[in-house]
Design a protein around this ligand. Structure first.
Ligand code: SF4
Ligand code: SF4
Length: 220
């Protein structure tokens, strides 16, 4: 396993997949460089939105050691905090890792320093989504997100067949995973018609309020 900046003992059992944050780096140095476009560092943005201070992270790695998605991520939770400290905006925001987070909050529960990586990651995702109208997120992530929300608005719950169909239409990967369909149908895991929940009007009101709040936020 390659060395990692500030790597702690807890990380020894975490599978490695991505490149090290800073190859060969062994000391913890917090960058205060500023972003060219906004004049603000990533750390300042996170602090402003959440009240959390990313500089508090001392890279013990307890968050990543418990993360169920760590093996799939190029940047695990402690890497995310490290990249924020270094203000490596492009490196952090252009990857997939942020979007693989399940928001299970295991990292947050394990952090001994109240850094709340789950909330930090959510804040960064929201930032990418707002800054570029979602364009900064990987295409298949956007496709899944839109298909998922469409199903919730329409039925109040997930209709798997519609979700998968919407996702495939958006991504163009029409025939991937089709081999799994017969087995899912046989086991009753794939209903062919949606069922609507009783409180669908309330769900739609939530969507409308969110849309109105977004519009208000965009207006100067
Ligand atoms: S976020 Fe918390 S648990 Fe994770 S490396 Fe930093 S201090 Fe440790
Ligand atoms: S909230 Fe995200 S980053 Fe944290 S442990 Fe869960 S999947 Fe990993």
């Amino acid at each position: 396993m390659p060395p990692l900046a500030g790597q702690g003992r807890c990380l020894e059992s975490v599978p490695w997949r991505g490149a090290p944050v800073s190859p060969g780096e062994t000391t913890l140095e917090v960058s205060v460089s500023h972003n060219d476009h906004t004049g603000s560092t990533l750390a300042a943005h996170v602090r402003q939105v959440t009240g959390l201070n990313p500089a508090r992270c001392y890279q013990c790695g307890k968050c990543s050691a418990g993360c169920p998605m760590a093996a799939e991520m190029d940047f695990r939770p402690h890497d995310v905090l490290r990249l924020i400290q270094q203000d490596k905006r492009e490196q952090l925001l252009s990857g997939e890792s942020l979007w693989l987070c399940l928001t299970c909050e295991t990292c947050t529960a394990r952090c001994p320093n109240e850094c709340d990586p789950a909330r930090v990651i959510d804040t960064l995702r929201e930032m990418v989504w707002r800054d570029n109208g979602g364009a900064g997120a990987p295409r298949h992530i956007r496709a899944f997100h839109k298909s998922f929300l469409k199903q919730i608005r329409r039925s109040g719950r997930i209709f798997e067949f519609g979700l998968v169909a919407g996702y495939k239409m958006r991504t163009g990967s029409l025939f991937s995973d089709v081999g799994a369909v017969p087995g899912m149908l046989k086991r009753g895991k794939l209903a062919l018609t949606p069922t609507r929940i009783k409180g669908l009007d309330e769900i739609r009101r939530i969507f409308d309020k969110c849309a109105a709040a977004e519009t208000d936020a965009e207006e100067p």
